[in-house]
Design a protein around this ligand. Structure first.
Ligand code: PRX
Length: 655
């Protein structure tokens, strides 16, 4: 076996066909229809994407669909458009004017609905506010806010005047904020006095003050929304209240025609080296790609109430809370707070109350719901749901089954959508009216996406051989560069496997051609000469009745090369005994083979995660290897988990 291949041991053969009534009304109604359109999108990509782009408004039509000078793509060259115009103004010309664009629920329970007309007024006024503070085309604006309608308004207002936003997740520290503000050279920060999280105030304005004290020389103004109403410190001249500026601003601000390749936003994503990368997306291609994927993957219909639980601080929030959804004139629901506040039924109470029909969330949330128990969702009427989605990590087949059965009532297709901050939009996913589903697989590539699994030289691998997940040609939503670091863009994405876009993920395809993402290649474990994806071993553990969550890492071992160490969170009531450890090791051996049997199992009450819910295996790997100094922890959600684990492991060694 070549060094590049990853052994796959996971077997999954449950198959779920789209329900007949779903299929009959879907945009794409059969696998044949998908295949025909997919073939066309690859044979004539320019024709295909021109047709998709024509559904949107352009002030000036493009001269050229694609200019490809690898690895630099320019889409809809010569065209001029405005994404804010397409998300807002375009809908005012029809009855959609009075349709809900945003439905918002605050954590303390407030509700607000903004129609497209309302959104138009607020966005236009805030665009004028930005201009009045000297922000113009190409200037960078940092947005550091709770999930409130004004956060969406601020994003759209930037897009309206051609300012480049950089949304920084409101859960990040002042240090993380400062790094991002400085890297982007932001002139202005939009924030709030605070946001609500689990009944407590997150003092955002204090964090901004702290970031500016530590040094952010490019920032001239801070606009502060009143949300939590506690005292905040104030620097006259620099700080401004949102409501005061808005009261003085005109509601007329025509959307600026922008070149298709005008930068739309920078979004920072953590790199393996620790220094965050500013992923740059531009206007026309991103717009067409997010609008098209949203329409087909979520099968959007006029009457849907769509809820994506992601924060706008992540790419999922950019593409599928805001841009792709509003560009389709759909209703996007947003909720400010935590899923377990005041109790773990909160999400389901929201689904019931607003009759949510499409629900899109992350596997980490699903695993938390599993742990909290079926009783919570069972208390609510979830019959309005017709489609479910997941994103962010591979979903363990057992978690998929739970989601399908308990949340979807066995009635709703699940779209397991694989994509990245860098790809701008969904790349591999079922189309819910067309694609038969297999739990744990993100199935087939979207139109225009030539995805493949290859070895290090870029050669396609045969079915069921794990390798590198790559994309063979440009697509409209792809990132254009890393802000201020073009060399890193080229090196990391286009030179590892020469000429192809390398995602950094390991994957395999099965006989059907379905993709199975096995996680980041950095997480692959080489044990006794086999390269195993951690994902499959984790899924085997999670399929045991006592296990809620698991993270698997490698530890250098003189005998097997790398020993498999599993950190396991048990379900409530399970007894963390040596006997259970043995049973779990045996369970993995039975589920996927003796080669994958963990050498060690460590029970823990939590796993270290990034703030977007991804397990930080790097930290666990360092812990398991007994390293004293752990690397960068600024993206960690809570340092306590690591401290507890470190203490626990120290005492176990002494025993
Ligand atoms: O490893 C893949 C995993 O998340 C990575 C991208 O993370 P980020 O840029 O934060 O974007 C998350 C939201 C798009 C990928 O490289 N990932 C994302 N979706 C899936 C996934 N892994 C498996 N299955 C998915 N559906």
């Amino acid at each position: 076996m070549s060094q590049d291949q990853i052994t796959s041991l996971l077997q999954e053969d449950r198959l779920f066909y789209p329900p007949r009534d779903f299929q009959e009304q879907a945009h794409i109604r059969s696998l044949e229809q998908y295949r025909a359109l997919y073939a066309r999108s690859l044979e004539d990509p320019e024709g295909f994407w021109a047709e998709m782009a024509s559904a949107l408004h352009w002030f000036r039509r493009w001269d050229r669909v694609l200019q490809w000078d690898p690895p630099q793509a320019q889409w809809f060259l010569g065209g001029q458009t405005n994404l804010c115009y397409n998300c807002v103004d375009r809908h005012l010309q029809s009855w959609r004017r009075n349709k809900a664009a945003l439905i918002w629920e605050g954590e303390p329970g407030e509700e607000r609905v903004l129609t497209y007309q309302d959104l138009y007024r607020e966005v236009s006024r805030f665009a004028n506010v930005l201009r009045s503070l000297g922000v113009g085309k190409g200037d960078r604006v940092a947005i550091y806010m709770p999930l409130v309608p004004e956060a969406v308004v601020a994003m759209l207002a930037c897009a309206r005047i051609g300012a480049v936003h950089s949304v920084v997740f409101g859960g990040f520290s002042s240090e993380a904020l400062r790094d991002r503000v400085n890297d982007a050279g932001a002139r202005l920060i939009v924030t709030a006095d605070g946001g609500w999280r689990r009944g407590r105030i997150v003092p955002l304005k204090d964090y901004v003050d702290e970031a500016l004290r530590r040094g952010a020389p490019t920032v001239e103004h801070v606009v502060v929304l009143r949300r939590t109403h506690q005292e905040v410190s104030w620097e006259p001249g620099r700080d401004h209240w949102w409501d005061e500026l808005m009261a003085a601003a005109s509601a007329s601000c025509p959307a600026e025609p922008l070149d298709s390749e005008h930068p739309l936003f920078i979004l920072y994503t953590s790199g393996t080296t620790g220094k965050p990368k500013g992923v740059v997306h531009t206007t026309g291609g991103y717009m067409v790609y997010t609008a098209t994927t949203a329409r087909y993957v979520f099968d959007l219909r006029e009457e849907d109430t769509y809820w994506c639980t992601a924060d706008i601080g992540w790419i999922t929030g950019h593409s599928y809370v805001v841009y792709g959804i509003l560009a389709n004139g759909a209703t996007s629901l947003i909720y400010e707070g935590a899923p377990d506040w005041p109790d773990p039924g909160r999400f389901w109470s929201i689904v019931e109350k607003y009759r949510v029909s499409i629900f899109y969330t992350a596997p980490t949330a699903i695993r938390a719901f599993i742990r909290w128990g079926e009783a919570y969702p069972r208390r609510y009427d979830l019959s309005s749901l017709r489609l479910l989605g997941t994103v962010g990590e591979p979903i363990n087949p057992e978690a998929w089954m739970w989601y399908y059965r308990v949340i979807g009532g066995g009635r709703c297709p699940i779209v397991d959508t694989w994509w990245q901050t860098e790809t701008g939009g969904i790349m591999i996913s079922p189309l819910p009216g067309a694609t038969p589903l297999v739990p744990g697989s993100c199935t087939l590539p979207f139109f225009g996406i030539e995805a493949d699994v290859v070895d290090r030289e870029g050669r396609s691998l045969p079915p069921n051989t794990g390798g590198f997940l790559v994309i063979r040609r440009p697509w409209p939503g792809m990132m254009r560069t890393i802000y201020g670091d073009e060399a890193r863009y080229r090196r990391q994405y286009w030179e590892e496997i020469p000429g192809l876009y390398f995602s950094g993920d390991g994957a395999r395809r099965d006989e059907r051609g379905y993709f199975w993402v096995m996680g980041r290649v950095d997480d692959v474990i080489n044990t006794s000469g086999h390269r195993l994806g951690t994902m499959e071993i984790e899924s085997a553990l999670v399929s045991h009745a006592a296990v809620a969550e698991a993270a698997v890492v490698g530890r250098p071992d003189p005998v097997v090369g790398t020993a498999i160490v599993a950190f396991v969170v048990l379900r409530p009531g399970a007894d963390p005994s040596p006997k259970l450890k043995e049973a779990l090791r045996e369970h993995v051996a039975q589920q996927i083979g003796p080669i994958a049997r963990p050498q060690e199992i460590i029970f823990t009450d939590g796993l270290p995660k990034t703030r977007s819910g991804k397990i930080m295996r790097r930290l666990l790997r360092q812990l398991a290897s007994g390293e004293e100094r752990l690397g960068d922890m600024t993206t960690l959600e809570s340092a306590e988990v690591i401290e507890r684990l470190r203490a626990q492991m120290g005492s176990e060694e002494e025993e």
